[in-house]
Design a protein around this ligand. Structure first.
Ligand code: GLN
Length: 481
C-alpha cells in the first residue's frame, strides 16, 4: 500500500485522480488490513489490495463529482453497491479517478479537473518486477520525444483515470463504467485488462446513471486473473438494482492453464473498418492465427447491422440522458446557481453553468428525438435497430460460435492535439464502433493488451461472448494474455 501511495504521488502530473482527501483513511485502512493478516483473518482474497473507483461511483462521505461542476460539491450519504462490496472485502481505497464529464466521451479530456494523460510516452511507464509491488522503468518506456511541449497521448475514455491508476500500479484494481466502451477503450490505450461484464451481473446501484439500459460497472486490472478475482467480489444480485441478476460468478477460479481446444472463434467481417490502422489489423490476424494453430476453430462471421450501431447508439444514448438529467436542477440535485428573476431562470442558469457542452448537447438531442412528432421516426426506429443488432449476435451464437475476436479501437492512442482536432465530442467518436454493440446487446466483452507498437503504445484486442458467459470468455482471455 505504501508503494502504491508513492506511485500515486509520482504520477500526479498525469491527473488520474480527483483531488480528494482519502489518503489518511487509506493509511489507517492499510494498518487494519495488516492486523487482520497477522491474526490470520483476512476478509477475502482481496483484503489489503489498493483499489481506485471512477468518480461516478457514489462513496459515502467522499465527494463524488462525475468530473462536473454540477456535482463539484456532492458528498453522497450512501455508497454504490460495488464500492460497498469492495470495502467489505477489505480493499483499500486509494482515491476516486478522473473521467469525462458524466462519463460522456472517449478520451478523458473533458473533465473540470482537466484531461488525463496516458502513462505511455509520458516518461513514467512502470511495470511490476516482484510481488512486493515495487516498480521499475521498463524497456517499453519510450521518452516523450517527438511530442510538442504540453502535448501528450490520451488515455481513451471515459474511464481514463482508472486505466492510468492501474497501469501505473498506484491501484491494483479499479472500477470504470462502460456504456459504449468507456472501460475497454481506455484499457486498450493504456495497456491494461478492461472487462465489461454481462448486463446485470454487476449491480448499478450507486453508479450515477448515464444510459440505464446500457450502463455496466466495469473492471480494470493488470491481469485477467485479477479481473476475475474482482468480479467474484462485486457480482451478484442486489435488491437495490432491479436489473441485477443472480450470479454464478461468486466463487470461481480461472483454470491455471486454460485450454482453447475446440473453441469456435468468430471474426466478424464488419469489424474491418475504414481507417483501421495496419498495426491493429496485424495483431488481430496474428492472434487469430495463433488461436487456429493451437486448436481453436477460427471462422469469419457476419454481423450485418454493425454499420448502424453508431447511429443507433447516438439516438438512444441522448434519449436516456435527457430523461436522467432532469434531476439536475439545483433543487433535487446539483450545485444551485441563484437567479433572482424566476424559478425557470434559476434552472437555466444552474444547468448552463453546471454542465459542459457535450452533456448539454446530448440533453438537447435527446429531447428532440423524444418530441411527440419525432419519437416514432427516431427513438422507436432506433429501438428496432437495437433489436436487429442483438439478433445478429444471437444468430452467430446459434451457429455454435463461442466467442468473437475483434479490435477494441481503430488505432493505438492518439496525441491530444490530434484527438481534439478531429473528434466531434458532442457526438460519440468513431473509435467506439467496435465496442458499442456489446452494450446494446448486453454482452460481456473484454479488452486484452497484446503488444506495444514501435512507438511504445499499447495495442489490444477484444473478446465478446454470449450473455452470461463471462467466465468462459475470461478463460480464453487468460490464454491469449
Ligand atoms: N464514448 C461513448 C459516449 O460518449 C461511451 C461512453 C461510456 O461508455 N461511458 O457515449
Amino acid at each position: 500500500c505504501e508503494a502504491a501511495l508513492r506511485r500515486q504521488e509520482t504520477i500526479s502530473r498525469l491527473n488520474a485522480y480527483i483531488p480528494n482527501a482519502v489518503v489518511e483513511t487509506t493509511k489507517s485502512e492499510a494498518l487494519l488490513s495488516s492486523q487482520r493478516y497477522e491474526k490470520g483473518t483476512p476478509l477475502s482474497p482481496l483484503d489489503g489490495i489498493p483499489i481506485a473507483l471512477k468518480d461516478n461511483f457514489c462513496t459515502a462521505g467522499i465527494r463524488t463529482t462525475c468530473g462536473s461542476n454540477m456535482l463539484k460539491n456532492y458528498v453522497p450519504i450512501f455508497s454504490a453497491t460495488v464500492a460497498e462490496r469492495l470495502q467489505k472485502a477489505g480493499t483499500i481505497l486509494m482515491g476516486k479517478t478522473n473521467l469525462d464529464e458524466f462519463a460522456m466521451g472517449s478520451g478523458t479530456v473533458d473533465s473540470i479537473f482537466g484531461p488525463v494523460k496516458n502513462i505511455h510516452r509520458s516518461g513514467l511507464c512502470y511495470k511490476f518486477i516482484d510481488t512486493s509491488g515495487e516498480a521499475i522503468h521498463t524497456s517499453a518506456m519510450k521518452p516523450t520525444g517527438g511530442l510538442e511541449k504540453d502535448d501528450f497521448y490520451i488515455t481513451g475514455g471515459s474511464s481514463g483515470g482508472s486505466a492510468v491508476a492501474v497501469a501505473a500500479a498506484s491501484a491494483f484494481l479499479a472500477t470504470g463504467s462502460d456504456t459504449g466502451g468507456s472501460v475497454r477503450n481506455p484499457a486498450s490505450f493504456c495497456g491494461v485488462v478492461g472487462l465489461k461484464p454481462s448486463y446485470g451481473v454487476v449491480p448499478r446501484h450507486g453508479l450515477i446513471s448515464l444510459v440505464n439500459s446500457m450502463d455496466v460497472p466495469g473492471l480494470f486490472a493488470r491481469t485477467v486473473d485479477d479481473v476475475a478475482a474482482m468480479l467474484a467480489v462485486i457480482s451478484g444480485l442486489d435488491p437495490k438494482d432491479s436489473t441485477s441478476v443472480p450470479s454464478n460468478m461468486k466463487t470461481f477460479e480461472l483454470p491455471e492453464s486454460p485450454s482453447i481446444e475446440g473453441l469456435v472463434v468468430g471474426i466478424p467481417k464488419e469489424y474491418h473498418r475504414p481507417g483501421m490502422s495496419s498495426e491493429i489489423i496485424d495483431v488481430w490476424t496474428m492472434i487469430a492465427d495463433l488461436l487456429e494453430n493451437k486448436g481453436a476453430k477460427v471462422r469469419e462471421v457476419s454481423l450485418p447491422h454493425t454499420k448502424y450501431s453508431i447511429v443507433c447508439y447516438s439516438i438512444l444514448n441522448p434519449c436516456e440522458v435527457a430523461s436522467n438529467f432532469t434531476r439536475y436542477t439545483g433543487v433535487e440535485y446539483g450545485q444551485r446557481m441563484n437567479s433572482s428573476q424566476s424559478m425557470e431562470a434559476m434552472y437555466a442558469l444552474t444547468r448552463s453553468q453546471g454542465l459542459n457542452n457535450v452533456v448539454r448537447s446530448r440533453i438537447l438531442a435527446g429531447n428532440y428525438f423524444l418530441l411527440e412528432e419525432n419519437k416514432e421516426k427516431y427513438f422507436k426506429q432506433a429501438l428496432k435497430v437495437r433489436r436487429l443488432i442483438c439478433q445478429d449476435f444471437n444468430k452467430v451464437w446459434s451457429e455454435k460460435v463461442n466467442l468473437l475476436l475483434t479490435p477494441v479501437t481503430l488505432s493505438a492512442s492518439l496525441r491530444y492535439s490530434e484527438f481534439i482536432k478531429y473528434d466531434n465530442r458532442s457526438q460519440t467518436a468513431t473509435q467506439d464502433i467496435c465496442t458499442q454493440s456489446a452494450n446494446m446487446a448486453g454482452l460481456p466483452a473484454v479488452s486484452i493488451p497484446i503488444s506495444l507498437n514501435d512507438e511504445g503504445l499499447p495495442l489490444a484486442l477484444q473478446l465478446m461472448a454470449p450473455m452470461g458467459k463471462d467466465v468462459e470468455m475470461l478463460s480464453a482471455a487468460k490464454w491469449i494474455e
